[in-house]
Design a protein around this ligand. Structure first.
Ligand code: G1P
Length: 297
């Protein structure tokens, strides 16, 4: 799979008023080896680590120049002031920027609407979708996104999303999937229902998965493989003005796809960090920065 899509067109209301000054995807994070960079760059790197070399960022028209100027070469004057490690970072940034293009979302009508704006760019191919406000850390040599693509490639093509075990107290913030395990290792789930930000009561009644600890559920990890039909269903939902909580939701489209073609969940061998809410941002960037670097043999 060559294509990866990163939505960065939201208004960042949960991080307001900081997001009046800085887009949440451009807030800084610090890598375990001590580099400070925008969260969005780390997500682009996650896409590249999975082998995707055609990366589209969904932006608001008003933010396009700002984001594109970040992903553009440094001026000679800037370069002249950098030390060697800064120059290496600038060269790395210029290198990854070659793979980035932009898709505009002109009206903020929800996550599903944003993804649908990329339908022409997707061009009928499967697409890796990475949320614009998450950080990922793999527990193995393959990145989290590469693990997901390997799972997708090794089975019959079906929209697949990475999941993680989340406490019931948080499900009202996240897309949550229920279903039954499709393999003895419990790494693949046949999703029987996918609900957007359910209440804990709803999750208990409809989204329980066998074998998980009490009041533990499977939530969106922030990485999806979308098949071309997802774009078709989103288009139908938009044409019919089918909204949930006022917005067009990707979760609703994926749940509709599930009913006809099935939807697969994948348990990643890694950790993800949500940076889209104030306290989660704080704990996520701290935890990520303090992750031990993999030891070199
Ligand atoms: C989106 C998705 C939701 C997912 C969440 C993760 O919601 O719709 O399913 O769990 O990202 O952060 P948002 O955070 O845009 O409200």
């Amino acid at each position: 799979m060559r294509k990866a899509l990163i939505p960065a067109a939201g208004l960042g209301t949960r991080m307001f008023p900081a997001t009046k000054a800085v887009k949440k995807e451009l807030l800084p994070m610090i890598t375990p080896d001590g580099v400070c960079k925008p969260i969005l760059q780390s997500i682009v790197e996650e896409a590249l680590s999975a082998g995707c070399d055609d990366i589209a960022i969904i932006v608001r028209p008003a933010d396009r120049d700002l984001i594109a100027s970040y992903f553009s070469p440094c001026s000679d004057a800037q370069l002249a002031r950098l030390k060697d490690d800064g120059k290496a970072q600038a060269a790395h940034l210029a290198d990854i920027s070659r793979h980035i293009s932009y898709v505009e979302q002109r009206e903020q009508q929800g996550f599903g609407h944003a993804v649908h704006c990329a339908r022409d760019w997707a061009d009928g191919q499967p697409v890796l979708l990475l949320l614009g406000d998450h950080l990922y850390s793999s527990n193995e040599a393959r990145s989290c996104a590469r693990q997901l693509l390997d799972a997708f490639d090794s089975l019959e093509p079906r929209a697949t999303l990475s999941l993680y075990q989340a406490p019931g107290s948080t499900v009202h913030h996240y897309g949550t999937a229920g279903g039954s395990w499709a393999n003895p290792q419990h790494t693949l789930l046949d999703i029987a229902e996918f609900a957007e930000k359910p209440s804990l009561d709803y999750a208990r009644q409809h989204l329980a998965v066998p074998g998980l600890p009490h009041d533990t559920f499977l939530c969106v990890y922030g990485q999806y493989v979308l098949t071309p039909d997802v774009f078709r269903i989103l288009g139908e939902q938009i044409a019919a003005n089918r909204r949930l909580k006022g917005e067009f939701q990707l979760t609703t489209a994926l749940d509709e796809l599930r009913q006809t073609q099935g939807l697969r969940g994948f348990m990643v061998n890694g950790e993800h960090f949500d940076t889209g809410q104030p306290r989660e941002y704080l704990s996520s960037i701290l935890a990520f920065a303090n992750k031990r670097l993999p030891t070199t043999p």
